[in-house]
Design a protein around this ligand. Structure first.
Ligand code: ZN
Length: 108
């Protein structure tokens, strides 16, 4: 893995911004889904995956989803979502750090 391909985000990045950027959703069963749309509605957002699941999530930096994404606690990508290889590759070269990286609110 070349150093310049790595990207860093802040650990405390806002969940919705992160989901909107990565377009990936870690399910409780360890499956990584592709996100088709994120519709914000105040502190909640309606997430629709490519395999047709829709659910509401609360915008929390400390939510399970945020933690799972950061720690890469997923075992396999969803077959029905057909996440492209480049996106999985991008995810595998994404890291989260406390004092380094983008918080997605401004350009670094
Ligand atoms: Zn899926």
């Amino acid at each position: 893995m070349s150093e310049e391909k790595r990207r860093y985000y802040r650990k405390n990045v806002e969940l919705f911004l992160l989901l909107d950027k990565m377009k990936l959703w870690p399910s409780r069963t360890g499956i990584l889904h592709g996100i088709r749309s994120v519709e914000r509605n105040g502190e909640f957002a309606e997430i629709t995956t490519h395999c047709g699941k829709t659910f509401r999530v609360y915008n929390s930096r400390t939510s399970r989803a945020a933690r799972w994404l950061r720690n890469k606690w997923v075992s396999r990508p969803c077959k029905d979502c057909k996440i492209p290889e480049w996106k999985l590759e991008k995810y595998s070269t994404t890291f989260f750090a406390q004092h380094y990286g983008s918080d997605l609110r401004h350009k670094d």
